[in-house]
Ligand binder design. Structure first.
Ligand code: HDE
Length: 755
């Protein structure tokens, strides 16, 4: 297949045959590696990783290449063994005194097997526990070379990377589409050592000083008595803290905006949050903020959609990322920097650059692209890679240094510290996923889980016994040299600077930058979350915070809560909006978008086939939805079904196409699952499950198209054929053409009442 996008989309569609993976493919279409029904009797090696999967490329701590194979040493040979390499003839029965007798204590295999199992889990991350990751490559444009000497940012440098996306509050098994901030952490394996950019999808943070991190996280995590709610901010302790603590107002507002519920990890921005200091070859310094800009645009779910997905497919974001990469539809982001002069006061246009609750509008300091990130390989083992990867804001390379942001200072301590508990000792840099690709020659020795066999007798400096090795490097031999920044003379205090005291002008700017639709979403989010709180005092205090941001926001939420709207206690800030903060109004590529094509045995199957082909050619993914699984039609004009009315839910699709005349009621095609529920008061025409599909898609602002009698579904679902974003056409391909244009806007925004 010549068109790579089409190939990618086809692969996603194929991979999604049936509802789950290789075991569940269409009859007659087994996957290439499908397991046979019976257990194989001939020994063979484990299946190799799929083409899209790979483990980390590793080198040993002493710089010797080891390759992935060494990491897989535990799987050599065809025969089952103990951990000591002794072959086993049975691993299914304990050693007993007779078949019905007691199990014998001497069963060393039982003991070893269960002992290892008992210790398979490590502590999950205290925050960002739930994540999904991928390998990729970062291609530098060289445009940052003037401001930094970092080798990986020089022209045409290519650097391997590993990126982990995450939610913050939920535990490892929680749902993907909860309202929360998302982590966006990137490990660059550069020739000068590892650089980690440990960012979020929101450019500001709740607190200005790391000493409050345990407070904000304790407040956001589930209540300590019942451990509910999981992964959400809609509860009293969270709102108690963020309303008592007005510096949290800005980040909270972002969380309540559409940014808190991204459509996909592939459609999120990333931000370094803090201001960093770059150093160039001449030793000149510049202050910068890092940005990741997704090629597919910044898109979000709507709240009801997010809630449904949490039940229907809690792994929605994880699946989306892995499917796209497996199919070859590689997600891409441009890395950009906002550049500020390194002046002694470290402010820009009156904005304190050391205050992590501030952003700098792109209209004041444009984001300048410096390189391209492409994620192109899935991990081959979740635990070894995604779980064991250890990021740290202190993993810096020459040319990138930190600033005195007090939040960043705390992070510089925390990340190393937490890995010791999580990864069981100080040798986690030796884990394959964490190993630098630059030669390592440290004098760290011993400790838990030491895997290096160090040579020599003198792990100390100065020494003569190991020939004085290893040697210090100078700046000219690539050493990291801290920027010699002057620290003002001062007295020790536990105090924030006065410039950190403005907590409302930045949130007000964000609010004013939103379109009416986005403002409605924000109002609805506050009303929902505060409506879930029990404490009246918390709600009242939240309204006070909102009054200081904007009177309309405050009044609308107050109405929803049935409470009076308070007056502001600070003068409303006079700020210019920053249109770059809004997600609505632009047109974006539609690659990788998923179109549900609803049809049945009586539908226009030829038309469906033509539409599938056109969807694939456009690099999007067609999923055919029909009353039952299997293959529709016969002979040449057949269509394979990927979803049934029972397994499909609107939230999986970015747009819906209705092909052909619906069959009234579920019985027509013998779908028994429809009988598992009490009968709904069905409308005249149409299966109620399709009516739900279409009405939900409509409510969520998704493009809907119909042809060849499919219009009748619209009526049955209560969707007006003339509504914005609804297309009725003569043929499937004509409907698709219009639909694609609509999807470029992400949603039919005109359908939202605020528009
Ligand atoms: Fe983190 N954060 N953080 N954080 N953070 C962790 O480190 C911490 C902050 C971020 O995919 C922990 O390895 C403190 C801001 C991401 O593995 C821990 C403070 C930003 C990830 C930690 C912050 C982040 C973490 C938990 C306040 C955005 C996931 C496990 C001073 C710029 C990385 C771990 C991954 C993870 C501490 C604030 C981003 C406990 C003390 C601001 C993306 O060390």
């Amino acid at each position: 297949e010549a068109n790579p996008l089409k190939r990618a989309a086809q692969k996603i569609a194929d991979g999604l045959q049936g509802d789950g993976g290789t075991q569940d493919r269409i009859p007659g279409k087994p996957g290439p590696e499908s397991p046979t029904v019976a257990e194989p009797t001939e020994p063979r090696e484990p299946l190799p990783p799929k083409p899209d999967q790979s483990g980390p490329d590793t080198v040993s701590p002493t710089g010797q290449p080891t390759g992935v194979e060494q990491a897989r040493m535990a799987q050599s040979g065809a025969y089952l063994t103990t951990a000591q390499g002794t072959r086993l003839y049975d691993t299914d029965h304990s050693l007993k005194a007779g078949p019905r007798g007691p199990v014998l204590l001497q069963d060393h295999h039982l003991r070893e097997k269960v002992m290892h199992f008992d210790h398979e889990r490590i502590p999950e991350r205290v925050v960002h526990a739930r994540g999904a990751a991928a390998h990729g490559v970062f291609q530098s444009y060289g445009t940052a070379a003037e401001v930094t000497k970092a080798a990986f940012l020089a022209e045409d440098e290519e650097t391997p990377v590993f990126v982990r996306f995450s939610t913050v509050l939920g535990s490892r098994g929680s749902s993907d589409t909860v309202r929360d901030t998302r982590g966006f952490a990137t490990k660059f394996y550069t020739s000068e050592g590892v650089f980690d950019l440990v960012g979020n999808n929101i450019p500001v943070f709740f607190i200005q000083d790391a000493i409050k991190f345990p407070d904000v996280i304790h407040a956001g995590k589930p209540h300590p008595d019942r451990e509910i709610p999981q992964a959400q901010s809609a509860h009293d302790t969270f709102w108690d803290f963020v309303t008592l603590h007005s510096e949290a107002a800005h980040h909270t507002l972002w969380n309540m905006s559409d940014r808190g519920i991204p459509r996909s990890y592939r459609m999120m921005e990333g931000f370094g949050v803090h201001t960093f200091r770059l150093v160039n070859a001449a030793g000149e310094t510049t202050l910068v903020k890092f940005h990741w800009k997704p090629k597919l645009g910044v898109h979000s779910l709507v709240w009801e959609e997010a809630q449904i997905i949490n039940g229907v497919d809690p792994d929605f974001h994880r699946r989306d990322l892995a499917d796209a990469i497996e199919a070859g539809a590689y997600p891409q982001w441009e890395l950009g920097i906002q550049v500020f002069p390194d002046t002694p006061d470290q402010t820009f246009e009156g904005i304190d650059l050391l205050d992590p609750t501030n952003l700098v509008p792109e209209e004041l300091a444009p984001v300048q692209p410096v390189g391209l990130l492409t994620l192109n390989r899935n991990p081959s083992n979740y635990f070894a890679e995604t779980e064991q990867v250890a990021f740290h804001v202190g993993h810096l390379v020459p040319g990138i240094d930190v600033t005195d942001d007090p939040l960043l200072a705390g992070r510089l301590f925390s990340y190393l510290d937490t890995q010791i508990t999580r990864l069981g000792g100080p040798n986690f840099p030796q884990l394959p996923i964490n190993r630098p690709h630059a030669p390592v020659n440290d004098m760290q020795r011993d400790g838990m889980h030491q895997t290096a066999v160090h040579r020599g007798v003198a792990p100390y400096r100065p020494n003569s016994l190991d020939g004085g090795c290893p040697f210090h490097a100078g700046a000219e031999t690539g050493a990291f040299v801290e920027a010699p920044v002057r620290v003002p003379e001062a007295t020790k205090v536990r105090q924030a600077p006065e410039s950190f005291a403005d907590h409302f002008s930045q949130p007000r700017r964000f609010w004013l930058s939103m379109t009416p639709i986005e403002r409605e979403h924000i109002i609805a989010a506050y009303t929902f979350e505060l409506g879930k709180c029990y404490e009246q005092a918390v709600k009242e205090r939240a309204l006070q915070v909102l009054a200081n941001i904007d009177p309309v926001l405050c009044a609308e939420v107050a109405t929803g809560l049935g409470l009076p709207a308070p007056e502001p206690t600070v003068p409303l800030a006079d700020v210019e909006p920053s249109p770059a903060l809004s997600q609505v109004g632009r047109t974006w590529p539609t690659e990788g978008r998923i179109i549900g094509i609803v049809t049945g045995p009586d539908g226009d199957l030829e038309g469906v086939d033509a539409v599938r082909e056109a969807v694939l050619t456009a690099g999007m993914v067609p999923l055919v939805v029909a009353p039952t699984g299997g293959v529709l039609g016969s002979g040449g004009g057949t269509v394979t079904v990927q979803r049934t009315f029972a397994t499909a839910r609107s939230v999986e699709f970015d747009a819906i196409l209705l092909a052909g005349v619906p069959s009234a009621g579920a019985d027509a095609h013998g779908a028994r699952d429809a009988k598992a529920l009490p009968t709904l008061p069905t409308r005249e025409a149409g299966d109620p499950r399709v009516a739900l599909l279409v009405s939900e898609a409509y409510r969520h602002g998704k493009a809907i198209g119909a042809w060849s009698g499919g219009e009748a579904f619209l009526e049955a679902s209560g969707v007006p054929a003339a509504a914005p974003g609804v297309v009725v056409a003569d043929s499937g391909t004509a409907a698709l053409a219009e639909l694609t244009g609509l999807m470029g806007k992400h949603r039919a925004w005109e359908r939202f009442t605020a528009a």
